[in-house]
Design a protein around this ligand. Structure first.
Ligand code: SAH
Length: 252
């Protein structure tokens, strides 16, 4: 069995209990060394074989998995955050399943929620936004034209941008056009949950210079939207007049 495990955003304690148990039982661990903390490896068995996939290409990773499986080994492929988001897991799972090798995915805490936690904000504030858009700008990987940043920003929803802090000028330009204003709040969170985490607040107008001053060019979330302000309506969920499955509302 091959377990694709979400390691969480950085802090090794932000892996799930199920993920940690899989690490403790693994005979082989292949971890994404560029963004996964090596502290996770302290939980591996003494004789566990460990590979850093940052130094390997896809065929090499698959070879280790296929050979390991043939030898009856338990294999963990440790990905940063949650594996379903920019995790490049499909290109691993599909060939393995074609060979009849069973795979399981154990989800993880994605960096977009770790970034929201770092700034203690809620993406889905009543009267502000009830939608979160997760996206990125085009880098070496293309983004479908129908998902260009300007048109996504036109919804005025809360947004979290992955893999984009190295292209701030382009990001800011598209977001200002899409939101139609330059006073939209932005928080850039560098290495959320790591010891060297940094949080920078601004607006679409001011954030570019601040990010440049801090020399942040990678490993950051760009959170955008009015949810970063704190003026909002209270939620229905805890409203005393609101009946839920668990609680009868008071008569107003
Ligand atoms: N699967 C991962 C994302 C991998 S893509 C997840 O769910 O988080 C890599 C991008 O994720 C980085 O370029 C950065 O934008 C973001 N990222 C990963 N870890 C981060 C962290 N600790 N803090 C801020 N952004 C992070």
């Amino acid at each position: 069995m091959i377990y694709f495990v979400g390691a969480g955003p950085g802090d090794p304690d932000l892996i799930t209990i199920k993920g940690r148990k899989a690490l403790e039982e693994a005979d082989i661990i292949i971890y994404a060394g560029s963004l996964v903390s090596p502290d996770h490896l302290a939980y591996a068995k003494k004789d566990c074989e460990i590979y850093n996939s940052a130094k390997m290409h896809l065929d090499e990773v698959l070879d280790v998995m296929v050979k390991g499986h043939e030898d009856g080994k338990m294999i963990v492929r440790l990905h940063t955050g949650d594996p379903s988001i920019y995790g490049a897991i499909q290109e691993q799972i599909d060939p393995l399943e074609k060979l009849g090798i069973p795979c399981t995915v154990i989800p993880g805490v994605s960096s977009f929620v770790a970034a929201a936690a770092a700034i203690k904000r809620e993406f889905t504030l009543p009267d502000v936004s009830q939608t979160v858009i997760l996206t990125r700008v085009k880098g070496r990987t293309d983004v479908p034209e129908s998902e260009n940043l300007e048109s996504l920003a036109a919804h005025g929803a809360s947004m979290a941008l992955f893999l984009s802090v190295g292209h701030m000028d382009r990001v800011i330009d598209s977001l200002i056009k899409g939101y139609g204003r330059d006073d939209v709040p932005v928080a850039v969170v560098y290495r959320a949950s790591w010891k060297d985490e940094k949080k920078i607040f601004g607006t679409l107008k001011t954030i570019g210079q601040k990010v440049q001053d801090e020399k942040i060019i990678k490993q950051a979330q760009i959170l955008v939207g009015d949810f970063i302000h704190t003026e909002y309506g209270l939620s229905k969920l805890y409203d005393k007049y609101f009946t839920t499955e668990y609680r009868k509302g008071l008569k107003s």
